[in-house]
Design a protein around this ligand. Structure first.
Ligand code: AMP
Length: 360
């Protein structure tokens, strides 16, 4: 079978090498022949060569949501088109969730020129996010004082769309990766605890405390979005333990990288099993597992040996050009005991970032 992957980044890279054992071929459509997924694909196609790409592949998975419009229109006959369409706008995503009765933050839409007026309907602080093309904290502003709005207007056009969101003083953040096949069979990976800094995931681990309402939401969202493959759902858990959906992603997700070493079947394998009509694999954990993101570092900035000396670690390096805050690689860590695991996550963080971390 010929699997097409749209997007050339690390999620595509892991999708390919986790599934080489299935004897499929993997074709990547993207921008950069040197990008992680392109380098290990059976063939790389540039976006402008999309016709050849679509002639070559039997099905398509997406590893990245910000697909150029002219390519996006061609995805209608492949799985998850409707879910991907909702992800093209933060407003459409939240409006859909709200219309189906899922718990979301209070939010409203605003053009740049309306921000100063519309923010008056909210108690400060708020979070203002660009409606489109935002990820990893990009295009996202924490506003505790009205004068900070000028900073947004200095960086964006007055005609640009934004979402204003109430700020949630959450107890913690969690996520769940769900998988669903063409027949509607569903499985969930365990809940993971996620720690973000400046809007970007720094580390996570699973299994975390079970929360029945979180699992029910993910089961029902898998059906409502008619997912075939994987769906990640990120939550804020409020002080009273009730969940609010922050966002979903109809693709493999950074908070599911731990499944490569911690689960019987990784998120990447279950994605490919689902779209190629193979039975879904077990989503159970073999052992408690954590993940540390390596952000904005090159291999010269830390010592890989020190990391691998920590028992139970696996090192993944994407081979991308270093940029500030960019996801350059990650470390997975397994341990039989969750307290030990958390100590090891802390040690890995200290190796990578050469600074002390308060207790993980
Ligand atoms: P997002 O890009 O929407 O996933 O946001 C990235 C991160 O910013 C989240 O994981 C949270 O840590 C933080 N964040 C985003 N929106 C809110 C909010 N409404 N209230 C509190 N924190 C938020």
């Amino acid at each position: 079978m010929n699997i097409g992957i749209i997007g050339d980044g690390q999620l595509g890279w892991m999708t390919i090498f986790e599934n080489r054992k299935l004897n499929y071929k993997f074709f990547v459509l993207g921008n950069n022949p040197e990008a992680p997924a392109s380098r290990i694909s059976d063939r790389f196609f540039r976006y402008e060569d999309y016709k050849q790409f679509f002639e070559t592949v039997d099905t398509v998975v997406v590893e990245f949501e910000h697909i150029p419009d002219f390519i996006f229109e061609l995805l209608e006959r492949y799985p998850n088109f409707n879910a991907l369409k909702l992800k093209r706008s933060r407003i459409e995503e939240k409006t859909f969730l709200k219309s189906k009765g899922y718990p979301v933050v209070n939010f409203c839409y605003s053009y740049g020129y309306q921000l100063k007026e519309k923010i008056k309907d909210f108690a400060l602080p708020v979070i203002i996010k660009a409606e489109k093309l935002g990820y990893d904290g990009k295009g996202q502003y924490f506003i505790e004082d009205l004068s900070q709005i000028q900073n947004i207007l200095d960086n964006h056009s007055l005609e640009e769309g934004f979402i204003i969101e109430e700020f949630i003083n959450f107890k913690h953040e969690v996520s769940v990766i769900g998988v669903r096949d063409f027949d509607g069979n569903k499985r969930l990976y365990p809940i993971s605890f996620n720690y973000h800094e400046d809007g970007i995931l720094l580390y996570n681990y699973a299994p975390f405390v079970d929360n029945k309402s979180v699992s029910q939401i993910v089961y029902s969202l898998l059906d409502d979005l008619e997912i075939v493959g994987v769906l990640a759902v990120e939550f804020f858990i409020k002080q009273d333990d009730t969940p609010i959906i922050n966002e979903f992603a109809p693709r493999p997700h950074n908070t599911g990288h731990y499944t490569m070493d911690g689960s019987y079947t990784s998120q990447f394998e279950n994605l490919i099993r689902a779209v190629s009509r193979l039975p879904l694999g077990s989503t159970e954990s073999k052992l408690p597992t954590g993940m540390v993101n390596i952000l904005g570092k090159s291999l010269e900035d830390f010592n890989v040996n020190e990391i691998l000396k920590i028992e139970g670690t696996q090192f993944y390096w994407y081979g991308k050009e270093k940029k500030s805050r960019r996801k350059m690689g990650h470390v997975n860590i397994v341990d039989t005991d969750v307290s030990n695991l958390r100590r090891k996550i802390q040690s890995v963080l200290e190796c990578v970032y050469s600074k002390n971390f308060s207790k993980v």
